[in-house]
Design a protein around this ligand. Structure first.
Ligand SMILES: [Zn+2]
Length: 118
């Protein structure tokens, strides 16, 4: 089972990779801006990586309920995509948060207990 530290590290790495993939070929950003965005994205990814266990603390074996479900992830993704269309500047926060959150669910899904669909 992935512990706290592993979830935070996975979220951090996921956020950093996401930022690098999105910004690598952008000509409107200089290297300092790309680096700053990668650090921000990694930090937010780390928060996202911890978020499911903040919603549902891992204090008993069946703690994985709604916030650990595939359905919640899908609903959050869809809702936040709509939010991003209205407020595109929030992309820098929303995308790494979702990526970190997804990294948590992927790690939890690899345990014998798995994660719920709903
Ligand atoms: Zn968890």
């Amino acid at each position: 089972m992935a512990d706290n530290r592993t979830h935070i590290q996975a979220g951090l790495i996921t956020g950093a990779i996401l930022s690098i993939l999105k910004d690598w070929n952008r000509n409107d950003l200089n290297m300092d801006q790309k680096f700053g965005r990668a650090i921000l994205s990694a930090s937010i990814g780390a928060i996202g990586g911890k978020l499911p266990d903040i919603f549902e603390p891992a204090d008993h074996p069946n703690h994985r309920q709604g916030a650990h479900s595939v359905a919640f992830m899908g609903f959050s993704y869809a809702t936040l995509q709509e939010f991003k269309e209205k407020y595109p500047e929030w992309e820098l926060i929303i995308d790494p948060l979702l990526a970190g959150y997804a990294s948590h669910l992927v790690l939890d899904s690899k345990t014998p207990m798995g994660i719920p669909w709903f």
